[in-house]
Ligand binder design. Sequence first.
Ligand code: CUK
Ligand code: CUA
Length: 638
Amino acid sequence: MKTITNFIAVFALAAIFTSCNQNDEGGKSGAMASSAAEKVYVSPGEHDEYYAFLSGGYSGNLTVYGLPSGRMLKEIPVFSQFPTNGYGYSEETKDMLKTSFGMVPWGDSHHPDISQTNGEIDGRWIFINENNTPRIARISLETFETEEIIEIPHSAGNHSSSYVTENTEYVVAGTRFSVPYPQKDMPIDEMKGNFRGPLTFIAVGDDGHMEIDFQIDMPGFNYDLSHPGRGESHGWFFFTTYNTEESHTMQEVNASQNDKDFIAAVNWKKISEYVENGGGETMDAEYVHNVFDHDTQTTISTTKNEVLRVDPRDIPGAVYFMPTPKSPHGCDVDPSGEYIIGNGKLSSDLTVHSFSKMLDAIENEEFDGDAYGIPVLNFESTLAGTVKEAGLGPLHTEFDDKGNAYTTFFISSEVVKWKLDTWEVVDRQPSYYSVGHLMISGGNSRKPDGKYMISLNKITKDRYLPTGPELEHSAQLFDISGDKMELLLDFPTHGEPHYAAAIKADKIKENSKKIYRLDENNHKYAAVNESETKMVREGNEVHVYMTTVRSHFAPDNLEGIHVGDKVYFHVTNLEQDFDVPHGFAVIGANTSELLIMPGQTKTITWEPKKPGVWPFYCTDFCSALHQEMQGYIRVSAE
Ligand code: CUK
Ligand code: CUA
């Protein structure tokens, strides 16, 4: 009953806070606004200081912004088909979206994380998780293209992902919904004690290649978010849990009975050694692993059928639970690696655990029993401190380079700055409205930048010109270099920006690839000069080897095609000038258009439905004679 009352209290307060925010305009008056304007102004032709990568949430993609300007530079398609450049539609890329459930052309992306070396973000790749049909993608920060997607078997709701360890040894995946492990048909109300929550560790090679190394068979709780250890706690990974009640119905009364849930502390180094020495057992698992091969410009898709399961109870010292109050959501580790912050989303306090106290408590066996055979550490034994009454509904914390932490409060709609070690609140700023994650460049690594913070807000309301009932989400840029946070800019985002990652532009911009070389094009259907163009019939399939260069296609008149044929247009862009893509679209296409970058070959299929003479054309305005880039296809009856 007490829990219910607390819950109602929290939401009643939420209503008050929300209405306060709406009365406050959050605008800037004269002098302040002009100083903010100067700080975000990037002159025409100049570049931004940072790249920021924002998750696209239910768009399934990743968007790239420049900071401090807030200009959107690019949308990178990851888990969703993307008509703008044909990703997921073209023959070369559609297998990137293959899963054990078949082609899944949409995803829900949450948490991007940049690869690291020695605990610092290094700008090689960015990883992002898919929550709905559990997957992890790796995107190259040289090409800004999705290069690899691996499905996570036995997971349901891959939310506590895709965070990387200090040297990108592993990227992790979890399961937000506990499930039968392996899946089977059984009564839902027999969940308690029978469902499991496997956590998956995916090894990342020097070339970025991902392989599932092992899966830890954990009790059937909901594994919500995670964070790797840093510095002294490198070798550990921390996961928040909720619904440790294992209730199968989520009416808040059922799932929030326990005053405390757990942070699971996983010693992955120990488990990794155990596995290297032959530990663990293989179990059936069906999952698909897709890799884009730059040489042949095609996706290599492999179906796998087993995974290595480890039982943490077989490995002494591998996993512990730290009790953490009020359904913790975010789990964050400070740059030194000493403090582990659990944000109890139904609380007004923040719980800070100490890594060194945790090790002492393990050593001295200060346990309060166990949960399914996993030792539960005594709450007081690991507690470093509490940030008291900081706000309502804490979700996520990041850090600057001066020993400060910044926590978002969803319900009271604000970002609160507080001091590590003393736990005192030193500043707070409202967010418009209801912030989820926040992001500081390098703020989840050993070396945060401490210059800008962005709050990623869940509710937009009145921040922009109205656009009907559906509004884009909103991010806000703050200057955090001084004592007080200063709001500089609002900018709209595409899809829901759950989380973001940012990096100094000079760490990657020199490596950004400019062009695909024609002499390195080993695509099976490439025509690397006009003399190689042709039309080849194989039964009902017609392969057209086509080239495009300013300002014509070759061939540009096609005859001998019939209703009932399946035509493959393999289009090679012969340009070797930077930034001259050509497009290709054909009337009645039921897939997409193509956007072909110089040096590349891309393919779409077309199944003509009606006899006649039908046009195709270039969709990208490429020269003064762009409108002349056209052709005809004569289609005869079957
Ligand atoms: S999150 Cu995914 S529900 Cu707090 Cu990381 Cu937005
Ligand atoms: Cu090529 Cu327009």
